[in-house]
Design a protein around this ligand. Structure first.
Ligand SMILES: NC(=O)c1ccc[n+]([C@@H]2O[C@H](COP(=O)([O-])OP(=O)(O)OC[C@H]3O[C@@H](n4cnc5c(N)ncnc54)[C@H](OP(=O)(O)O)[C@@H]3O)[C@@H](O)[C@H]2O)c1
Length: 172
């Protein structure tokens, strides 16, 4: 949609037509995602530990399935892997039921925690409450202590290379 609008705007302006014109309709997007985009980003990620806010592992798995995997975004992977989709997902993604407001994310399975400490080398943390009128204790627990718990965990990891903390800075 945006590329189409951009293409129209470039054509209408006339001047940069030769430099920038291309027709996005000639791109086979399924083919692009399956053979270029996904292969380019996926092989370097051996395993993803995905922290999902949930009371237990089954509930976390259910959330992954219903809120992520079942979305249309995953259609191309489903078509590619067919019946092996579940095996592919379970090899790549380890769902962890947890809560950043708790120390060790509330994970009581110490074997799992140690596995994460050994294997995790990149952490992306975007867990947050984004309500401006959030209850003070919840905002403190999730956004402030949550960041501290992530940072504490980073210091316990043996091979940590990168912590990417996604947040918002406001000047009030
Ligand atoms: N979206 C933007 O345009 C934008 C722009 C700039 C900066 N940011 C910043 O980026 C961060 C994420 O924003 P977002 O838009 O992605 O927010 P979001 O859609 O509300 O996602 C926040 C996620 O954090 C999870 N979470 C909340 N509390 C948690 C806890 N205690 N333990 C584990 N997970 C928890 C939520 O899980 P549940 O599904 O269980 O609620 C949700 O999946 C925020 O700091 C925000 O200020 C966002």
């Amino acid at each position: 949609m945006n590329t189409e609008k951009l293409r129209r705007a470039v054509r209408e302006s006339g001047e940069e037509d030769n430099m920038f014109y291309f027709d996005p309709r000639i791109i086979d997007w399924d083919e692009y995602f399956q053979h270029i985009h996904l292969p380019a980003i996926q092989p370097n990620i051996k395993k993803l530990f995905l922290l999902v806010r949930a009371s237990d592992p089954n509930m976390a798995l259910h959330r992954l399935q219903s809120e992520v995997i079942n979305k249309d975004l995953f259609r191309v992977i489903k078509e590619k892997y067919g019946k092996n989709m579940h095996t592919f997902i379970s090899q790549k993604i380890k769902v962890v039921a947890g809560d950043v407001s708790l120390e060790n994310f509330g994970v009581m399975d110490f074997d799992l925690l140690n596995e994460m400490r050994r294997q995790v080398d990149v952490i992306v943390n975007s867990a947050a409450t984004t309500k401006f009128d959030e209850r003070y204790d919840l905002a403190l627990a999730i956004n402030t202590l949550g960041s501290k718990h992530v940072s504490d965990f980073v210091n316990e990891c043996f091979n940590m290379k990168l912590l990417l903390h996604v947040s918002t800075g406001l000047n009030l």
